[in-house]
Write a protein that binds this ligand. Structure first.
Ligand SMILES: [Zn+2]
Length: 420
């Protein structure tokens, strides 16, 4: 990203519009960073700083000591692609190169000043080419001048968290399961009636004995958590199938609980390279052809399996790389897997997971840079001509998502026939 040696094709890719399919941006005061630390302590980057020796208690340190510790860790990690991306982002957005404590103080002042400017979030989005951002919650009007670029999800985290606890307390009663299913379906119907067709749900179809496409008959009481999960999952997908919903699924990551004994910052979440994972999803993909399934992957080894699944099932879309897979190496592998085997209109690529607009910028620029470099190489080797390369970039960055999320304004940039 970071030197001016790009070809014309790469420059063109860097300028393309982008659709961010997954982030945690909130409206109001949290939309942009209010201090340097909002950017420096973004949890994924924080983990990298911690790996370089940044103290777990950094947030509680006096500013001068925290700044010194940050500069040490930032310098130690300057080889990583994220570190380079942060440096470039700060330079491009705020005009400041991070070298010493005075630079961080200057950044703090500049970031606070920009935070007060209502036009700042949209200016940052524009510079990255962020044309649309799929957010967890609305209304869009909470996002100020960014409102017309925001696409709120219908319902998020369906069957996430501790959904089973009240049902287990109710003795696993069939009646309670059906009442909860009706509640979830009602929420989906309401969202669709409001024009929000994209839903996010947990994958609950892993059962120790039953195949994923079997809907168990519930006993009156005493049903197992796994049987209840299958029934609820299928009730939900049947409704979403009927309503033509777009379903976001997240795979490849096991959530762990922070250990308070170790100071509360350790997070035991990790990638899970389960080689049977995607194959086990096929029956469900087949069962609900009215849904499109966009799969966000955190596990390196499921990457090619998702491409194979998408070739078999017209409603499967390999999506953005997520958590542990947001790595240059995994992006490069996914680009190769997808370009050699999957039509460009069947893939989305960018899920920033950002918590402030500056991080959406930093990650978007990183992915665009990787894509520009990858496509440039494909053209040089003679696998693609420049037109095909640009067509692919448009679809991957924007147009496939535009179709999937049914952008009311149209907004496609030339990629015809995307799924959904
Ligand atoms: Zn996320």
């Amino acid at each position: 990203m970071y030197r001016n040696t790009l070809s014309d094709l790469a420059e063109a890719v860097m300028g393309l519009p982008v659709w961010d399919t997954h982030n945690h941006l909130r409206g109001g005061d949290e939309l942009s960073a209010s201090s340097f630390w909002d950017i420096a302590h973004y949890f994924w980057f924080r983990r990298e700083l911690d790996a370089a020796g940044y103290p777990g208690t950094a947030a509680d340190l006096p500013e001068d000591r925290r700044t010194a510790a940050f500069l040490d860790a930032f310098e130690a990690g300057r080889n990583t692609s994220w570190n380079q991306a942060v440096r470039a982002g700060l330079r491009e957005l705020f005009g400041i190169e991070v070298r010493d404590a005075a630079d961080i103080q200057a950044l703090n002042r500049r970031i606070a000043e920009k935070h007060r400017d209502p036009a700042w979030p949209v200016a940052v989005a524009e510079r990255a080419g962020l044309h649309r951002l799929v957010v967890e919650r609305g209304p869009a009007s909470d996002y100020g001048m960014l409102a017309d670029r925001v696409v709120p999800m219908g319902v998020c985290y369906l069957l996430g968290g501790k959904w089973a606890e009240p049902l287990v307390r109710a003795g696993g009663a069939a009646r309670a399961v059906e009442a909860y299913a009706a509640e979830l379906v009602g929420a989906v119907e309401e969202a669709v009636a409001d024009g929000r067709r994209a839903m996010r749900m947990q994958w609950v179809f892993e059962h120790p004995t039953r195949p994923s496409d079997e809907v168990p008959r519930l006993a009156e009481t005493g049903n197992s958590r796994e049987d209840m999960a299958l029934v609820l999952g299928h009730r939900l997908l049947a409704a979403m199938d009927r309503l033509g919903c777009h379903v976001q699924l997240f795979i490849g990551m096991v959530r762990g609980v922070a250990s308070r004994a170790q100071g509360g910052t350790a997070d035991r979440s990790h990638a899970r390279n389960d080689t049977g994972r995607v194959a086990g999803m096929h029956p469900v993909f087949e069962m609900y052809p009215g849904c499109t399934f966009e799969v966000f992957n955190a596990a390196e080894l499921s990457s090619l399996d998702l491409v194979q699944a998408a070739r078999l099932h017209g409603n499967v879309i390999p999506g953005g790389l997520w958590w542990f897979a947001f790595r240059a190496s995994v992006y490069r592998a996914n680009m190769q897997y997808r370009i050699e085997a999957l039509p460009a209109n069947r893939s989305t690529f960018l899920a920033t997971d950002a918590r402030c607009i500056e991080w959406a910028y930093i990650k978007t620029r990183l992915v665009k840079r990787l894509l520009a470099e990858f496509l440039d190489d494909q053209v040089r080797r003679g696998w693609l001509d420049e037109d095909a390369a640009l067509h692919t970039a448009r679809c991957w960055l924007h147009d496939t998502a535009s179709r999937l999320y049914r952008d009311p304004s149209g907004g496609a940039t030339g990629c015809a026939g995307a799924a959904g």
